[in-house]
Design a protein around this ligand. Sequence first.
Ligand code: COA
Length: 377
Amino acid sequence: MGANEKFFPGLDGVIAAETKISFLDTVQSEIVIQGYDLIKLSQSKEYLDIVHLLLEERLPDSAEKATLEQKLKSEYEIPSELLNIFKHLPENTHPMDGLRTGISALAGYDSNLDERSLSVNKNRAYQLLGKVPNIVANSYRVIQKLEPIRSNESLSYSANFFYMITGRIPTPLEEKIFDRSLVLYSEHEMPNSTFTARVIASTQSDLYGALTGAVASLKGNLHGGANEAVMYMLNEAGNVEKFEELLETKLFKKEKIMGFGHRVYMKKMDPRALMMKQALKELCDLKGDHTLYEMCEAGERIMEREKGIYPNLDYYAAPVYWMLGIPIPLYTPIFFSARTVGLSAHVIEQHSNNRLFRPRVHYTGERRVFHSTTGEL
Ligand code: COA
């Protein structure tokens, strides 16, 4: 390597793109989305406001929001052949793999696939925002040999998504909390999946391919898969004492505790986690059972004391989804569904000002001599 060719394992701290979409302001502890603080937005705005903000670069007025909702509703249907594809997948297919297959297959239905203009790309993003919740819900159901659920257009976007994954119309509180989780998951600067999507888009490949790659990235438990892993851990323990024991044992074995830590704000609480912690409290109050809340708080105390590491969004989103009655294997697909808008915005931005990603390596192998005349090694 030359003097200026420094290697940063995991690209830690490396600036990989210029963007107007979002950034994590670690000085002011703000998640900046199109200039606004995501946490403040999440207190009064809904997921569809954020969709409009990310794709149209401004918050909608009520008429624009209603038009957007109608547009997404008109895109809810998925090709019936997709359900057939899901039928042929083995029963142990993870919903993230079903989702990856579904998004990948949609490319074949796009008659304009080679077009990358802003308007076509945006329209494609809206189509995907309409269809991804349907794919999440029904790929899971069909693979589980359950009857698919048709979307219910009399419900809001988030209530319909909730209905399709649970078969139940949410109460107003459940709808509000579920929608808030989608807001919090919608966009988060340059995590691995967004980087993956931008790298794919930089070859001039299409939105479906970029999102398909992003699903694979998000599935890993160092990224989106953490929310499912958190819930399995909480369920395995079942109460505060056993959860404390479980965490102590894992830490003794030097295992990573899912739902804790973050590349950018390792030594601070993810502000999104705090919002979901409040939601968990509300749900526990309503149920009159605070076991999960107390377990999570006990986990927080242990991690702060032992490692000085704090919860990320997945740590509190998981028990919130549990309290909402959502099947655990759908936690990461829901995260992806919410992130579809952020990922699409990044792919559109990449396409509109593109330079191919093609980094270099620090070669640590040896140099050998090949004798081409004798073939000797
Ligand atoms: N549990 C226990 N220790 C953790 C930890 C966790 N969840 N996250 C980080 N650490 C520790 C590491 O062991 C390491 O300690 P050391 O310096 O004593 O060896 C230090 O913190 C730095 O961790 P590292 O893995 O190098 O940080 P990273 O930036 O590469 O990783 C994550 C970031 C998110 C991958 C990591 O925190 C993690 O694996 N978290 C759990 C998975 C998760 O919740 N993912 C969702 C992220 S939003």
